[in-house]
Design a protein around this ligand. Structure first.
Ligand SMILES: Cc1cc2nc3c(=O)[nH]c(=O)nc-3n(C[C@H](O)[C@H](O)[C@H](O)COP(=O)(O)OP(=O)(O)OC[C@H]3O[C@@H](n4cnc5c(N)ncnc54)[C@H](O)[C@@H]3O)c2cc1C
Length: 456
C-alpha cells in the first residue's frame, strides 16, 4: 500500500463559504483529485458544530447503558465531533449529567467517555509510539508470525462472510462503525487472518471520520493483546446475539463459518500454543505505569495581554467555533491549512469522506478563519509576518504532529506560542497510573462523575 507523500501538482486554491454541500464537494474534488480517485464516498454524517449539537441533543444515557452493545442500540455517533474538538468530553459529560436524576444513570456513558480520555493520555506519553507493539502478543505467536499487509478481499468486502463484508462496506461508505463491529472486524483481521494490527489500523484511519491514532491504534492493540492481558475473540453466537442475526440469516457460510464454536474451541483453534506471550520485541518501559506522574503542561499559558495582535492556527483537533482560541481572540486573523502531505501520509491517508467532514467543520468556524494549502509551519510563519502577529495562538492537543509544527514556527518566526485549553474532562492534576484502563479509572471515576471536587 505505498503511496506518494509528494504534494499533488495541481494548483487549485482552497476556499470556504459554499452555498451547499454539492458545491463544497465539487470544490474538494478539484482540490484533491488523487484522494477522490481512491473512493468518492461521502458520509451521511455531516461535519460542523450545528450537526454536533443536534447529535448531542439526541443522547439518552440510561438507554445507552442498556443497549450499547447492540448494533441498533442507543449509541451516540458523537465520535467524529469529539475527535475534531467540535465537542469536548467535558461538555458531553456535563450534558449527560443534566439529563439524569442521579449521576449513576449516566455512569456507563461517562465510563465510555473515559476510554477516550484514557487513550488520549496514553497518546500524550507515547506519541508516535502508539504505532509500536506496547507488549508482546499473548497469542503464543511472535509479531513476526503476522502478515504486514491487509488482504485486499477484506478491505473490499469480498471475504464471503456476510458480517465482515458488510462491516467493510459500511466503513468505506459511511466512515462510521459501531464499537462492537470494530471489535469483531479487528479480531477477525488479527486473530483469524493473522494480520498485524498496524495494517488494520491504517485501513480504519483512512476511512473513519473519527479516525484517531490514539483511540484507534490503542484499541487495535487491545484486541490484538499487545496492550491487554489476552486477545479479544468472539464467536458466531455472540455476533448473532448483538446483531439480531441479520448477517447470519443471509450468509452463504451459515453454519460452517470460521466463527462457529465455543470460546474454548475457538481459542484452541486460533491459539494452539496456549494463551501466553510469544517472544516479542516489545518491552514494558514503565512509561505508563511506574510513576504515573502528571505530565507538565507543554507550554506556559502565561498571562499574555489579550490586546496583542496574534495569529490563530485553527488545526484539525479543535474545529469548534466556540473554542477558547476564538472566544479569547474574537477578532484575530486565523488560518486553517490543508496539508497535502499529511492527508496523503501512507500510514494514515485520509479518504475523501474524511476530507469532506473536515471541510464542513471548517465552514462553521468564525469568518476570521482563512484557508490555505501547503506546509503548515511555512504558511504560518508567512502569515505571522504578514499580519505582524506578536505570537501564535493554538488550541492545545496531545497530537505530536501539532507540537512538531508549533515548535517549528516558534523556531522560524521567533514568536512565542500560546496554547489554550478547554475545560478538562477530569478536574484533577495529580498522578495517575496509565498502565491499564482499570487503574486509570480507579482514580479518574469520581472526578469524571463530578464527585471529586473541582469544576464539572
Ligand atoms: C478497533 C477499534 C478502532 C477504534 N478506532 C477509533 C477511532 O479511530 N476513533 C475513535 O474515536 N474511537 C475509536 N474506537 C473506539 C470506539 O469504537 C468509538 O469511539 C465509538 O464506537 C464511536 O461511536 P459512538 O460515538 O457512537 O460511541 P458511543 O458508544 O456513543 O460512545 C460515546 C463516546 O465515548 C467514547 N468512546 C466510547 N467507546 C469508546 C472506546 N472503546 N474507546 C474510546 N472511546 C470510546 C467516544 O468518544 C464516543 O464518541 C475504536 C474501537 C475499536 C475496537
Amino acid at each position: 500500500m505505498s503511496r506518494s507523500t509528494e504534494p499533488p501538482s495541481n494548483d487549485v486554491v482552497p476556499r470556504r463559504g459554499f452555498a451547499n454541500r454539492s458545491e463544497l464537494i465539487e470544490h474538494l474534488s478539484a482540490l484533491h483529485p488523487d484522494i477522490i480517485a481512491r473512493g468518492r464516498q461521502v458520509s451521511p454524517i455531516r461535519g460542523g458544530r450545528a450537526a454536533a449539537l443536534e447529535a448531542l441533543q439526541g443522547i439518552d444515557p440510561p438507554r445507552y447503558e442498556r443497549t450499547r452493545n447492540y448494533l441498533d442500540g442507543a449509541v451516540t455517533r458523537l465520535s467524529p465531533y469529539l475527535r475534531h474538538g467540535v465537542l469536548t468530553l467535558a461538555e458531553v459529560r456535563n450534558h449527560a449529567l443534566k439529563l439524569v436524576k442521579h449521576p449513576v444513570e449516566a455512569a456507563k456513558f461517562i465510563n465510555e467517555l473515559g476510554w477516550r480520555d484514557y487513550w488520549q493520555r496514553v497518546y500524550e506519553r507515547l506519541g508516535d509510539g502508539v504505532w509500536r507493539d506496547r507488549e508482546p502478543y499473548k497469542t503464543g505467536y511472535s509479531a513476526r508470525r503476522y502478515a504486514a499487509e491487509l488482504p485486499q478481499e477484506i478491505a473490499e468486502g469480498q471475504t464471503g462472510m456476510a458480517c465482515m463484508d458488510e462491516f467493510a462496506r459500511e466503513l468505506r461508505d459511511t466512515g462510521y462503525l459501531h464499537n462492537h463491529a470494530r471489535m469483531w472486524l479487528a479480531a477477525y483481521v488479527v486473530h483469524w487472518r493473522q494480520v498485524r494490527w498496524q495494517a488494520g489500523a491504517t485501513w480504519f484511519l483512512e476511512h473513519l471520520l473519527d479516525g484517531d491514532p490514539a483511540s484507534n491504534n490503542l484499541s487495535w492493540q487491545w484486541v490484538a493483546s499487545t496492550f491487554s492481558h489476552k486477545p479479544y475473540v468472539f464467536n458466531r453466537e455472540n455476533l448473532e446475539k448483538y446483531t439480531g442475526g441479520r448477517y447470519c440469516r443471509s450468509c452463504p457460510l451459515k453454519g460452517r463459518c470460521d466463527l462457529e464454536g465455543s470460546y474454548d474451541q475457538l481459542e484452541q483453534r486460533l491459539f494452539p500454543h496456549g494463551l501466553r506471550a510469544g517472544d516479542g520485541s516489545a518491552e514494558d518501559d514503565g512509561v505508563l505505569g511506574r510513576n504515573g506522574d502528571p505530565i507538565a503542561p507543554r507550554k506556559i499559558n502565561s498571562p499574555f495581554p489579550k490586546s496583542d495582535s496574534v495569529l490563530i492556527w485553527a488545526h484539525e483537533d479543535a474545529l469548534n467555533p466556540q473554542a477558547e482560541v476564538f472566544r479569547s481572540y474574537p477578532n484575530a486573523p486565523a488560518l486553517f491549512v490543508w496539508d497535502d502531505s499529511h492527508l496523503r501520509n501512507p500510514r494514515a491517508p485520509y479518504s475523501f469522506k474524511r476530507v469532506v467532514f473536515l471541510a464542513e467543520c471548517v465552514e462553521e468556524l468564525p469568518a476570521t478563519v482563512e484557508v490555505a494549502r501547503g506546509e503548515p509551519s511555512t504558511l504560518l510563519v508567512q502569515a505571522i509576518a504578514r499580519v505582524g502577529a506578536k505570537r501564535l495562538v493554538a488550541a492545545d492537543s496531545v497530537n505530536p504532529r501539532v507540537h512538531a509544527i508549533l515548535n517549528q514556527v516558534e523556531k522560524l518566526a521567533r514568536v512565542p506560542i500560546e496554547l489554550l485549553s478547554e475545560q478538562p474532562f477530569l478536574p484533577y492534576n495529580g498522578p495517575i497510573d496509565l498502565k491499564r484502563f482499570s487503574r486509570y479509572w480507579r482514580v479518574a471515576e469520581r472526578y469524571a462523575m463530578g464527585m471529586g471536587g473541582g469544576r464539572v
